[in-house]
Design a protein around this ligand. Structure first.
Ligand code: MTE
Length: 325
């Protein structure tokens, strides 16, 4: 028998509306609104994973992108917003949730620069309206050996990139996060060479699964998860998905990410999820799904490209993935 021991912050089962009643009510509501969501569809399942209820709502349409909705049960909002990596706010998993309230997410602009015909600055309000907001349920696999399943709100990064009309010299795209000591206490430490920089090859960045994210669980992003906008690259280790982005630059040469600068042997440019290539300090063969860490919980086998091989495998055809880790 599976014994579940509730974590201290979780309400007792007797204190909450039974899940069936809750789901039925949501399905009835959705039907009443003409949304016609089938109760068993993954989208309905994600919508049954409620947000915190304290942040503005952000609605999304069903995504038509192949692989955009995994069937795994979404991680609870409480776990997804309290166990974070956002070193600009400290290195403990609890530090971002404790300190990120100091981040000011308005006004906010994103500079688009480099090898493109139309560089410029996009205001966050314009970015929110640039393409239809979609809900996608992605696996997120951290190189440290844990994973989550998150219902993100956003659209394909390509929607924004193509507006800038990259030139033929744009072989890579570099992403830079905000680094402001006044708002981000972790930036006063030397743990990384700030600002946080990440990069993708242009065809990876243009892949429809590469997502520009503005929200999660039907609400705008909490600061600790990278507000007001971040990336979600479900086939890569979590650190490739830069948070709180202020600059996107098209470049000719492979960008050097903050993690590669910190430890080149540990963090390669590609960082595709690969159970066959161990990290020097952590095997990547299995993973601990956050929320499944009860007494008898088994680790899950990690999937090639985090389960997105059918969609992204072609991007790496002919490449030695042990060399290009
Ligand atoms: N982006 C910035 N700017 N700073 C960071 O420290 N951490 C990365 C990534 N993006 C990080 C970042 C890592 S290691 C992971 S696993 C994911 O964000 C975690 O995202 P989450 O906290 O929303 O789960």
């Amino acid at each position: 028998m599976l014994i579940r021991i509730p974590a201290p912050h979780q309400p007792l089962p007797s204190e909450i509306t039974p899940r069936d009643a809750y789901l039925n009510r949501r399905t009835a509501l959705a039907a009443g609104l003409g949304l016609g969501l089938a109760a068993a569809s993954p989208l309905a399942q994600a919508q049954a994973a409620p947000g915190g209820g304290k942040l503005p709502k952000l609605a999304g349409v069903r995504s038509a992108v192949a692989g955009a909705v995994v069937m795994d049960k979404p991680t609870s909002y409480a776990d997804a917003t309290s166990y974070n990596n956002f070193y600009e706010f400290g290195t403990d998993k609890s530090a971002p949730a404790e300190h990120a309230h100091t981040l000011k997410t308005r006004p906010w602009t994103v500079a688009i620069e480099g090898e493109c015909a139309k560089p410029g600055r996009f205001d966050i309000e314009a970015l929110l309206k640039l393409a239809p907001m979609e809900e996608r349920i992605y696996r997120l696999r951290c190189v440290e050996g844990w994973s989550m399943v998150i219902p993100w709100m956003g659209y394909s990064l390509a929607e924004l990139l193509k507006q800038a009309q990259p030139t033929s010299k744009a072989k890579y795209v570099e992403f830079t996060s905000l680094a402001d000591k006044a708002q981000m206490p972790g930036v006063r430490s030397g743990v990384l060479d700030w600002p946080y920089v990440e990069g993708l090859r242009i065809d990876e960045a243009m892949h429809p699964l590469a997502m520009l994210v503005f929200g999660m669980y039907g609400e705008v992003l909490p600061n600790q998860n990278g507000a007001p906008l971040r990336l979600a690259l479900p086939w890569k280790y979590g650190f490739k998905s830069a948070k709180s982005i202020v600059r996107i630059r098209f470049v000719e040469k492979e960008p050097v990410s903050s993690w590669t600068k910190a430890a080149q042997q540990e963090y390669g440019f590609y960082s595709n999820v690969n159970p066959n290539v161990p990290h020097p300090r952590w095997s990547q063969a299995t993973e601990r799904r956050i929320g499944e860490d009860g007494l008898f919980a088994k680790k899950r086998p990690t999937l090639m490209f985090n389960g997105y091989e059918a969609q992204v495998g072609q991007l790496y055809a002919g490449m030695d993935l042990k060399k290009n880790y």
